[in-house]
Design a protein around this ligand. Structure first.
Ligand SMILES: Cc1cc2nc3c(=O)[nH]c(=O)nc-3n(C[C@H](O)[C@H](O)[C@H](O)COP(=O)(O)O)c2cc1C
Length: 215
C-alpha cells in the first residue's frame, strides 16, 4: 500500500463547486467504474440495498437544480447551531459561501448528477434501523467521491434538494420505499492543487474510556 498516495487521496478529496468543468463530458463508463469501487463499502448485514441513479438529461437536471434552489431558500432561514469552538468553522465560512453560491447558480450545468439511494425509510424507524440505513449508503457515497477524485472528477456532496424529496422522487420515478441520500453534481475538475482542509484538531474530540476524558 502506498500510504502517501492513500493519505493524499483521503485528505484532499474536497467538495468541489467552483472548479467543476461543466464543458467537459464525463464518460458514463468512468462513473460506472467509480460505482464498482464504491460498492466495496460496507452495508449492514451485507444487505446492499443501494441504488445509484445517474441523471444526464438536461431537463431533469434543471428540475432538480430548481428544487435545490428552493431548498436553499428554506435552509437560509434555518438558524445554524452556535458552538463555543466555532472560530475555525466561521473562519472558513466566507469562502464556503462563495463556493456554495456558485453551485446554487450553476448546478444544472454539471454533466452528471448522481443520486445515491437506499431501500427503506426512516420515518418512525427505531434508532438502530436509522443508523443501519444511512450507514449502509453513506460510506459508498464517500468511496465514490474518492474513486472519482483519483480519476480527475470532482463532486459536491449536497442534501438541500431533500427539502423537496418527494418532488425529486416524482421527477425520477423513485419508489416510495426508497430513500435518497444525497445529490452529487459530478464533473471533471480543473487544476490539481486540492489541499487538506483546516479542521478542529482531532484531539479536541477524541475521548478515552469516558465521554470527555482526553489523553
Ligand atoms: C451530509 C452532508 C450534506 C451536505 N450538504 C451540502 C449541500 O446541500 N450543499 C453544499 O453546497 N454542500 C453540502 N455539503 C458539503 C459540506 O458543506 C462540506 O463537506 C464541508 O463544508 C467541508 O468541505 P469539504 O468537503 O471541501 O472538506 C454537505 C456535506 C455533507 C457530508
Amino acid at each position: 500500500m502506498d500510504i502517501a498516495a492513500a493519505d493524499k487521496l483521503l485528505t484532499t478529496t474536497r467538495s468541489v463547486r467552483k472548479r467543476l468543468d461543466y464543458s467537459r463530458p464525463v464518460p458514463l463508463d468512468v462513473i460506472q467504474q467509480c460505482i464498482d469501487i464504491a460498492i466495496q463499502a460496507p452495508t449492514g448485514s451485507n444487505q446492499q440495498g443501494w441504488s445509484f441513479l445517474i441523471v444526464t438529461d438536461a431537463e431533469k437536471r434543471k428540475k432538480l437544480a430548481d428544487l435545490y434552489r428552493k431548498g436553499v431558500e428554506i435552509y437560509a432561514q434555518v438558524p445554524q447551531p452556535v458552538r463555543p469552538d466555532d472560530d475555525l468553522r466561521t473562519q472558513q465560512r466566507p469562502r464556503g459561501l462563495v463556493s456554495s453560491l456558485h453551485l446554487v447558480q450553476t448546478m444544472e450545468q454539471a454533466p452528471v448528477f448522481l443520486i445515491p439511494c437506499i431501500e427503506g425509510r426512516t420515518e418512525n424507524a427505531p434508532q438502530f434501523a436509522q443508523a443501519s440505513m444511512y450507514g449502509s449508503i453513506l460510506p459508498a457515497v464517500w468511496s465514490f467521491m474518492l474513486a472519482a477524485r483519483a480519476r480527475g472528477i470532482g463532486a459536491a456532496w449536497t442534501t438541500i434538494h431533500l427539502f423537496f424529496e418527494k418532488e425529486a422522487a416524482e421527477i425520477l420515478e423513485i419508489p416510495d420505499n426508497v430513500t435518497q441520500a444525497a445529490l452529487l453534481p459530478v464533473a471533471y475538475f480543473t487544476g490539481e492543487d486540492f489541499k487538506p482542509a483546516k479542521r478542529i484538531p482531532s484531539r479536541e474530540f477524541t475521548y478515552f474510556e469516558t465521554w470527555g476524558k482526553k489523553r
